[in-house]
Design a protein around this ligand. Structure first.
Ligand SMILES: NC(=O)c1ccc[n+]([C@@H]2O[C@H](COP(=O)([O-])OP(=O)(O)OC[C@H]3O[C@@H](n4cnc5c(N)ncnc54)[C@H](O)[C@@H]3O)[C@@H](O)[C@H]2O)c1
Length: 254
């Protein structure tokens, strides 16, 4: 039975890979995109090539009305969604707190943390009294627990997301709704554009990764499909790290 799967940030990177991976499961995938309708159309084509059904829907996850409108469109077309994958996010910009504009902080937290709250809440209210067997997967980061200078906005937002996920997990467990996070390390997506374009830079970063390479968006997508599947039926409130061992070496070297 195809599920209705909502993927945010699905016009790019990990979100696009997740949409295609759920398409390969035969699911109906709402491809939520922020600004790039052409890229969203390409993701819809990838979903359909993989064997699913896709629909592009514009959504700014930081805006409550936009989230409500997007979910209403999906529900009219396909009924209640049973999986939410929230991949929409902005990256850190290497600005220390003492130099960080409040606008930068607000925009990042609105996208990476409040966006997770707004999409989760609308997904849950949209389910109403529907039976359980539903699941939310948030794409977090190893920077939820391994901080990096110049990334206070991002690290704080992803750290907050970890506790949003854990709180939601105990709130929704009685209804059979599981809530988990994925914490990727270095994944080759447009968020890491420099690593994709500059081989020497990429090799320097990859030298710090125990498995010796950056990850692929499809590898994160495989984990999202697993977490949303019946095989993960006893997993909730987890933060699954997928980083080639990068976060294990935090204390090495000093
Ligand atoms: N690439 C990595 O190395 C990496 C590592 C750890 C975590 N992550 C996380 O993975 C998620 C996906 O990142 P990615 O690597 O695919 O990057 P990406 O830049 O390719 O994708 C991010 C997506 O978020 C969308 N987005 C930005 N602001 C939005 C908004 N207000 N509303 C809706 N969508 C919005 C963008 O349009 C884009 O489609 C992010 O949450 C990111 O923090 C990525």
């Amino acid at each position: 039975m195809p599920r209705t799967v909502v993927v945010t940030g699905a016009e790019s990177g990990i979100g696009a890979a997740c949409a295609a991976a759920f398409g390969a499961e035969g699911d109906t995938v709402a491809v939520l995109y922020f600004e790039d309708a052409d890229a969203a159309a390409a993701t819809v084509r990838a979903v359909e090539k993989a064997g699913g059904t896709g629909l592009a829907v514009q959504c700014d996850v930081a805006d409550q009305n936009s989230v409500d409108t997007a979910f209403a469109q999906i529900e009219i077309r396909w009924g209640t969604a049973s999986v939410l994958v929230n991949s929409a996010g902005l990256n850190m910009r290497g600005v220390p707190v003492r130099d960080m504009a409040a606008d930068q902080w607000d925009k990042l937290v609105a996208t990476d943390l409040t966006g997770a709250f707004l999409t989760s809440r609308r997904f849950l209210t949209g389910r109403g009294k529907a039976p359980g067997d539903a699941s939310i997967v948030h794409i977090s980061s190893i920077h939820a627990f391994a901080v990096r200078e110049g990334g206070a906005d991002y690290c704080a937002a992803k750290g907050g997301l970890a506790n949003l996920v854990r709180t939601l997990a105990i709130e929704e467990a009685p209804r059979g709704i599981r809530v988990n996070a994925i914490a990727p390390g270095m994944i080759l997506t447009p968020m890491n554009a420099r690593a994709q374009d500059d081989a020497a830079y990429r090799a320097r970063l990859e030298a710090n990764i125990p498995l010796g390479r950056a990850g692929e968006a499809s590898e994160v997508a495989g984990l999202a499909v697993f977490l949303a599947s019946d095989k993960a039926r006893y997993i909730t409130g987890a933060q699954m790290v997928i980083d080639g061992g990068l976060s294990l070496i935090q204390a090495t070297g000093a």
